[in-house]
Design a protein around this ligand. Sequence first.
Ligand code: KE4
Length: 430
Amino acid sequence: MMKWPKSSRLFKTAGRYIPGGVNSPVRAFRNVGGSPLFITRGKGSKIFDADGNRYIDYVASWGPLILGHAHPSITRAILKVIAKGTSFGAPTEQETELARLIVQAVPSIEMIRLVSSGTEAAMSAIRVARGYTGRDRIIKFAGCYHGHSDGLLVKAGSGATTFGTPDSAGVPRDYARNTIVLPYNDSEALSRCLRKDGSKVAAIIVEPVAANIGLVLPEPGFLKTLRKLSHQDGIVLIFDEVITGFRLGYGGAQEYYGIRPDLTCLGKIIGGGLPVGAYGGKREIMEKVAPLGPVYQAGTLSGNPVAVAAGIAMLKELRKPGVYVRLARKGEKLASALAAASEDSGIPARVNNLGSMFSIFFGIEEASNYEQVLKSDRELYRRFFWAMLERGVYLAPSPFETAFVSLAHSESDLDFTIEKIIETFRIIKT
Ligand code: KE4
């Protein structure tokens, strides 16, 4: 079995200079124990750690690497521009090209602003919605995560849930006051809330497919109700598609479910693994954004030429025919293998799958909201995680994340993974 002396040493050193030894909490393996692997390189579906071990990777840097690691088109695009300079703080033609590709791909987006992270995209979209409506309140859903801006760290679903502290220290009480948190998939709670406060609400922000409490799908009608009720009350509907954008299809979850939000947040995939976020939507709303309108938002490295080059190369690969059918087939193959292993081993688990995303929740039958997911058996997930890791399969070090398959995952990768799933279910049972 694998051991990780080099990674453990590197983690200790990192902890001397960086809080928790990591630059983002979920990477610290706190939810599965032990110390994180230090990764040295990736190629296709594989990543390699400092101790020379090789893994099939289903974290995909938390979503961006839908083509796999070091895809030649992405690498070529970066190498082509990097020698011309890394940043100018001035407009470049490529930013318009990436904006155009996104506008063409996502019909509800008429105008878009590039930023450097999903957090910036969500934070800015909310500010524009408040500027456009003149209202202060926002609605989010328990377990959904929209980055770490103060007003959204109210029952955040990603890192915070992993640490079981849904609110973050340092967020002033009156920031949270304007954020209403409702249960995901609960249309009744939403209509009750809007009957009372609808006229004070600037925006509803939602992950159209929740992927930060593990993968939780919208129940039939939920998104449609969101669209209908927000429209009735003049509320800006924001789809946070930082994960689902270009993941679920070239037009994202909104194309998949046939819902047109007013604003959309993007990130991850559109940067091809480099820092790019974006928010965009209806022209009349986006025209409120400085320097055109009164809502200020800015960024030194927004639209960074190197990151944008990677993003353009990524989208040009993803718009090729058959990409999403192939991705979905791979995701479904693994999800059904997990469900079968649960069945055959008598270990109860719920497997949620949509396209190339899937999650397993041990010990529960239903996983359609935050409350249900919190009841899943984390100890069993921890054992599953380590048993799979020791067998060369790298899954999310938290049950509150989603697994991602990439185009680079071959049939033999999937068959190998399925073999290890069957083996692992046998041993975690004891
Ligand atoms: P970033 O600021 O991390 O680029 O994006 C924030 C964000 C916004 N919206 C959604 C739906 C997201 O999933 C995210 C970030 N996702 C997490 C994990 N699922 C990133 C991993 C991490 O926090 O290290």
